[in-house]
Ligand binder design. Structure first.
Ligand code: GCO
Length: 392
């Protein structure tokens, strides 16, 4: 049977994030949070995947598998270790990563903030500091000044909705605040940070698409849950989708669906398998969120994260196959989808849960840091190279 072909020039990549793979990120709010004796982190990030030193090996794997893009993030606390103090060597490190992508035929998709903030900003109130958006924009200006000519795509903020919800609403990310009003105010601060950062990135060297990435769920109301669903989705997604006005794309990051009744979010439906994260196994969610992001924002969409925490690589293969079929259906219906970036390249530090959940196409020996591609890595890389999904 003919396969499902994706548009010419479709971007196929895989993703990581600085704090989850580099190791030794001691100068940010997450390092402090991980070492809080009264905290909830199962284990510290420690050396992570030692990608601060092994990034060349990572890029070799990405290119060797057949992908055309690599998404990674800059660690703000390395580049600006103290307020207004800039590390030239850290900027050169990330410039070498961008150049290394180009040398291997990979488009660098650079995320400027992936959950972690410098200790000095956290000490001043984090995203509640009145000038936090301006400090972030200044960091983006400094970074793009050194990297802009090599950036392929730029993501200003990774999942700002999660930063606000988990850090200021549920209190399970730094600064562990549980105050819904403060969470809503941080939404506004992050939307402003995105706007100022976008201006800074566009003012620097280089020409590249700019957008934010958003954690999006396939929201489904059980009878009577419609109004509550609209409320929850509005404060966690729509407020950010509306802030993308004028952007070049919106990054959609989807893992599952969420059912809602009149009182709020429901747990997994009995009988539906769940993944290592406790999410329902729901690959079709990607089609729903891509359609909604395009509809609300009116922008081209890049899937900047999709994947599954599972120890069963065959399940990962099946999950991604169904997610890509749903994505292809969006494209057939006219949705402007520019790429698919799989989360993640490596099994890595999954925040509060530590190294338990395994999202990687490649496993990493926790002692030697040796990389071991799983069968799904070769399958997805070959699919990327062919730009076609074989239909079983
Ligand atoms: C997120 C982050 C990633 C996670 C991934 C799996 O969406 O939370 O972008 O850092 O590791 O989503 O949970």
């Amino acid at each position: 049977m003919p396969g499902l072909r994706f548009p010419d020039g479709f971007l196929w990549g895989t993703a990581t994030a600085a704090h989850q793979v580099e190791g030794g990120n001691v100068n940010n709010d997450w390092w402090l949070f991980e070492h809080d004796a009264a905290g909830i982190c199962l284990e510290p990030s420690g050396d992570a995947c030692d990608s601060w030193h092994r990034w060349g090996e990572d890029l070799d794997i990405v290119a060797g598998l057949g992908f055309g893009a690599y998404r990674f993030s800059l660690e703000w606390s390395r580049i600006e270790p103290e307020e207004g103090e800039w590390s030239s060597s850290s900027l050169e490190h990330y410039r070498a990563m961008c150049a290394g992508c180009h040398e291997r035929g990979l488009v660098p998709i650079v995320t400027f903030h992936h959950f972690t903030s410098p200790r000095w900003l956290a000490a001043r109130g984090g995203w509640e500091a009145l000038d936090a958006p301006e400090r972030f924009a200044r960091f983006c200006e400094q970074a793009v000044g050194r990297l802009g000519d090599l950036v392929g795509w730029a993501c200003t903020l990774n999942e700002p909705n999660i930063v606000a919800m988990m850090g200021y609403g549920y209190g399970i990310f730094p600064p562990a605040v549980r105050d819904w009003d403060r969470r809503l105010r941080v939404n506004d601060a992050l939307c402003r940070a995105h706007r100022l950062a976008t201006e800074a990135l566009r003012s620097g060297p280089g020409e590249f698409p700019v957008g934010l990435t958003l954690s999006m769920n396939d929201w489904q109301a059980v009878p009577g849950g419609e109004e509550r669903l609209a409320e929850l989705r509005s404060e966690s997604e729509d407020v950010y989708l509306e802030a993308t006005a004028g952007d070049d794309f919106v990054g959609v990051q989807t893992y599952s669906r969420v059912r809602v009744d009149a009182s709020g979010m429901l747990g997994p439906e009995p009988g539906v398998p769940v993944t290592q994260m406790g999410y329902e196994y729901w690959p079709l969610a990607l089609g729903a969120t891509v359609r909604r992001a395009a509809e609300v924002s009116g922008l081209p969409v890049v899937v900047t994260e999709n994947g599954i925490g599972t120890e069963d690589d065959d399940q990962r293969h099946a999950f991604v196959t169904e997610a890509l079929r749903a994505l292809h259906s969006c494209i057939e219906d006219g949705v402007d989808v520019r790429g698919y970036v799989h989360w993640s390249l490596l099994d890595n530090f999954e925040w509060v849960l530590g190294y338990g959940p395994t999202f990687g196409l490649v496993s990493v020996d926790r002692e030697t840091f040796d990389r071991h591609p799983k069968p799904s890595a070769g399958w997805l890389g070959s699919l990327a190279k062919a730009n076609e999904l074989e239909v079983p």
